[in-house]
Design a protein around this ligand. Structure first.
Ligand code: SF4
Ligand code: SF4
Length: 356
């Protein structure tokens, strides 16, 4: 299907149509950041005024949201069974339509897919959410100072993993279908028309401009390219850099919970008089008890060992076992860390140690 175009003023109507079938979630602009919330017809489309001031409302372009979209598929806390019953909870609920996911978000889902829905055991809850959720991604129209997706060979615009992708070009969106479901939606709607050559060129110009912004972040912070990261953590396994970097860590786990690729969890039971619920919650490999075993032994007793483990998993283990780095370059952990531990600097130190 050729690329389509939807005028900006019609986006609200398009989402209102989708809302009949889905719980539609959109990024809402708050200050200079974006947070997801459920779309209702009362929320207007936010846009930039001619003076550059943001008119409040939902804003599907811009940059990635503060929270990772993993929370739509792998919830921070989820009941997974009740009274030892095997039946899945929540069957028949209205599906979710996620609007405004960015390329780095979609890349993060590839890692979660490899863990939860592509191995010998498929997590039924995750797999259900993945199959049901309609993903309408959008190009980044800007980049944060902490964005470095190009270092991990990502792009600031989605190339796959979406049902529809919208590229904001000012007066509307160039629309690309990435699945039969997406094509079906376009065919059934009267809001789309084939994109003109000039509109597609504007999309390419904007993509180049945002890529350039990310590239200058990479140069400014001397962030290594992932081609130089192969096995680098193992080569620095005994380096002092881990103790030095972990000095300011307060073991809060924010770097894990905010990360779109981190997926560790723990199960616990909660009972009342007549019910026993089993819940799954996010876990963090930075927390002391994460790897503690029943007898009390802990293979990563020191905090710096746990920090090293986080990097080892992302930059050695995942590329070796699944062919992908478990980092998308979204920069969320940089902003979330109260100890100001900066993944860009840690990677740079690792590479410098090996190549100098
Ligand atoms: S490690 Fe940091 S930069 Fe990489 S994906 Fe996770 S939060 Fe984003
Ligand atoms: S966010 Fe920073 S301080 Fe908190 S656990 Fe992660 S590295 Fe440590």
């Amino acid at each position: 299907m050729e690329h389509q175009f939807i005028p900006a003023k019609e986006l609200h109507k398009f989402l209102a149509d989708l809302e009949k079938e889905f719980h539609v979630y959109v990024p809402l602009r708050k200050g200079d950041a974006q947070y997801y919330r459920e779309f209702t017809r009362e929320i207007e489309r936010g846009e930039e005024s001619p003076t550059g001031v943001m008119i409040p409302g939902f804003y599907v372009a811009g940059v990635r949201s503060v929270e990772p979209i993993k929370s739509f598929f792998f919830h921070a806390r989820k009941q997974v069974s009740e009274n030892y019953d095997d039946r899945l909870l929540g069957e028949g609920e209205k599906a979710v339509c996620l609007v405004g996911a960015k390329a780095c978000d979609l890349k993060g889902l590839n890692i979660l897919d490899s863990v939860f829905s592509e191995g010998d055991y498929k997590d039924p809850y995750y797999t259900r959410e993945r199959n049901q959720t309609l993903i309408i991604s959008t190009d980044c129209t800007d980049a944060l100072d902490v964005c470095f997706c190009l270092s991990l060979h990502g792009k600031p615009y989605p190339e796959d993993g979406f049902d529809l992708n919208l590229s904001d070009i000012g007066d509307g969106y160039v629309v690309e279908a990435g699945s039969d479901r997406g094509r079906d939606i376009i065919e059934k709607s009267s809001l789309f028309s084939p994109a003109k050559k000039e509109q597609k060129m504007r999309r390419e110009d904007q993509r180049s401009a945002v890529s350039e912004k990310v590239r200058s972040n990479i140069i400014e912070h001397s962030i290594p390219d992932c081609d130089d990261l192969g096995g680098v953590i193992r080569k620095n396994f005994e380096s002092d850099l881990w103790e030095e970097e972990a000095e300011t860590c307060v073991e809060c786990g924010a770097c894990n919970t905010i990360c779109p690729t981190c997926h560790c969890f723990l199960l616990y039971d909660q009972s009342s008089e007549d019910r026993l619920g089993r819940f799954r919650i996010w876990d963090s490999c930075l927390i002391k008890d994460f790897a503690t075993v029943a007898g009390g032994a802990n293979p990563r007793a020191k905090l710096w060992m746990r920090l090293r483990n986080r990097f080892e998993k992302k930059f050695d283990f995942f590329p070796e076992t699944g062919g992908n780095f478990a980092c998308t370059g979204c920069g969320r952990c940089i902003l979330a860390c109260p100890g100001k531990i900066d993944i860009r600097k840690v990677l740079r130190r690792n590479v410098e140690n090996v190549f100098q």
